[in-house]
Every structure is written in C-alpha cells, then in structure tokens.
Design a protein around this ligand. Structure first.
Ligand SMILES: [Zn+2]
Length: 311
C-alpha cells in the first residue's frame, strides 16, 4: 500500500544551478519542513520561499536503516535506527516525503518495547527473590512501605504478597501501559487536512519515536540496585534510585521531544500541530498511567481481596 512512487511530472526548469538536483517534482502533499511552503511542482534544490535545502526530501530510497535490515543485519540496523530517530531527528523526518512501511514501524515498536519490558520482568523477579515473603513477613515490600507510613499491614496483604500476586499484576499492567503509551501518539499524526498517503507515513513514523526506550536495561539495572535491601549503608540504593529516576526522566523527555519535533517537521503546513503534541502527548501518557498503572492494579488487587475474604 505504501509503495507508490513519486509522481513523474514534467520538469519545469533547467537552470545551471539546479543541475545537481533531482528534477522530479514533489507530490502535492509534501511541504518545506522549515516554512510549510507547498512543494508541488518544485524542481529546484532549495525551497523558493525560505531557501532551505530540499536534497534530503528528494532522496529516492528510504533512508531508515531498519527498512534495510535484511541486507544490513537486524542488530546493526536496529541501533542505527535508534540513533537516527533520537539524535538525527531532522534527517529522519525527511522520510515523510517518501512512503514509510507501517509493518516495519510496528515491528520496530514491538522490539523497542521488549527492550524495556523484558529487563523489567527480570528485575521484578530478582527483587522478589531477594525479598522473600514469609507469613508474617517483616521484610516484604508492602511491610516496608507500611512501616514508612506507620500503617499496620493487614495479614491479607502479606498473604497476597507471599503468593506472588503483585508481580504478575504489575507486569501485566506495565505491558499494557507500554503498548498503549508507544501507540497512542500516532493519533496526533493523522490530521484531516493531509492526504491518506501522507497520514499513513506520519503514523508509521510516530511509532519509531519510541526508539529511545531501548535504553530500558539501564533503567532496570538501576532500579534493581535501588531495590537492593542487602545494602547496609544504603548508598548503592540511593545511587540506583537516582540513576533509575533520572534516566527514566531523560528517556521520557527525549521521546516527547522527538514526537514534538516530528510533528513540527512532518506537518509544517498545519500551524500549531506541534503545540497540540507538546500538551496532548503528556496528558495522554498521564491518563494511561492513571488507567493502567493505578486503576487497573487497584481493581485487580480488589478482586483478590474479595476473593480471599470469601475463601
Ligand atoms: Zn521553506
């Protein structure tokens, strides 16, 4: 569906300064990434409105390494794509002038998500093994929190902890959160004013924006250090907590900035679209946190409590 070639419209000009440029005109729905000028019919190498280079937009082949993974290798292509998406965002956004394969973008999203999720699973399992629950369990995670809150833990909570229920509940909810949080930004990338072909391209590109989540193992390792209760002085826990929180904040910030930049560069003709992403994406993420990481676990634990009380 995405393999349509650029229009083969007649050439319009042939000045010597343009001899290096590819003379094919742009399709009707490609705009200058800097000023939003419609480039339909333009054969020049520079934008006639603001003078910015159009060379990147004119490239014939897809420049996303991930789409060439079968020839170049999966691992190399994956990390090259993470780098381009995150740190060469403008170059990545030039892809919006060409078809971007939706299926490839979703595979990239899935692999990135697993980079974040699988280390989390390992971390939670190791933390559970390091903090074995007994009945009564003075070292249990809930007991530690409850002691801090000077609140007496009902035996039922310790029992739920001892039977390892919090782990599958938390991990299932976290997986739902990751799938939703990496997919939801695509709703900001298909504005009605653009053609279906361009909408398909920008939707696919929005899935690539989560590439920075591939740094998940660093956050998980730091979180594991933070949750280590065997450390007597507590310094490694403090360092772990600091690294986990700061790296998670940096990853989220870069992810958000990528999405804002993508909205600005791939939909330049729609004024204020990136402002919608600036505000809308964090609100959607907060909503998903409330729904999948607070409300959903609360419902699951409530069902358990009711179930146990009926036994
Ligand atoms: Zn321009």
């Amino acid at each position: 569906m995405q393999n349509q070639k650029p229009h083969d419209n007649p050439k319009h000009s042939s000045s010597a300064s343009e001899s290096q440029a590819n003379r094919e005109t742009f399709p009707a729905d490609v705009h200058c990434m800097d000023c939003g000028y419609c480039l339909f019919g333009i054969t020049a190498g520079k934008c006639p409105e603001c003078g910015s280079s159009l060379v990147g937009l004119r490239a014939r082949d897809c420049q996303i390494p991930w789409e060439h993974r079968r020839e170049r290798g999966w691992i190399r292509s994956y990390w090259q794509t993470v780098w381009v998406v995150t740190f060469q965002n403008r170059r990545f956004c030039e892809e919006y002038a060409r078809p971007v394969r939706y299926k490839d973008a979703r595979i990239f999203q899935l692999i990135t998500l697993l980079h974040f999720y699988l280390p989390t699973v390992v971390g939670v399992v190791l933390l559970y093994l390091a903090n074995p629950a007994k009945l009564p369990s003075p070292n249990s995670f809930l007991q530690i929190i409850a002691t801090g809150l000077t609140w007496t833990v009902p035996p039922l909570w310790d029992r739920i902890y001892a039977e390892v229920w919090p782990a599958p509940i938390a991990l299932t909810c976290f997986l739902i959160f990751l799938i939703a949080a990496t997919g939801a930004p695509s709703y900001f990338f298909h504005p009605k004013g653009t053609s279906i072909r361009r909408q398909n391209t920008t939707i696919a590109m929005s899935y690539y924006a989560c590439g920075i989540l591939s740094l998940g193992p660093i956050i998980a390792a730091a979180g594991l250090l933070a949750g280590d209760r065997s450390d007597i002085d507590g310094w490694s826990s403090a360092v772990g907590l600091f690294v986990a929180v700061s790296s998670a904040a940096i990853v989220t910030l870069l992810w958000w900035l990528n999405l804002v930049n993508m909205a600005r560069l791939t939909m330049p003709q729609i004024k204020g679209r990136y402002a919608l992403v600036i505000v809308g994406v964090p609100l959607v993420w907060l909503g998903l946190v409330a729904l999948t990481l607070i409300a959903l676990p609360a419902v699951a634990v409530s069902i358990l409590v009711v179930g146990y009380s009926l036994l």
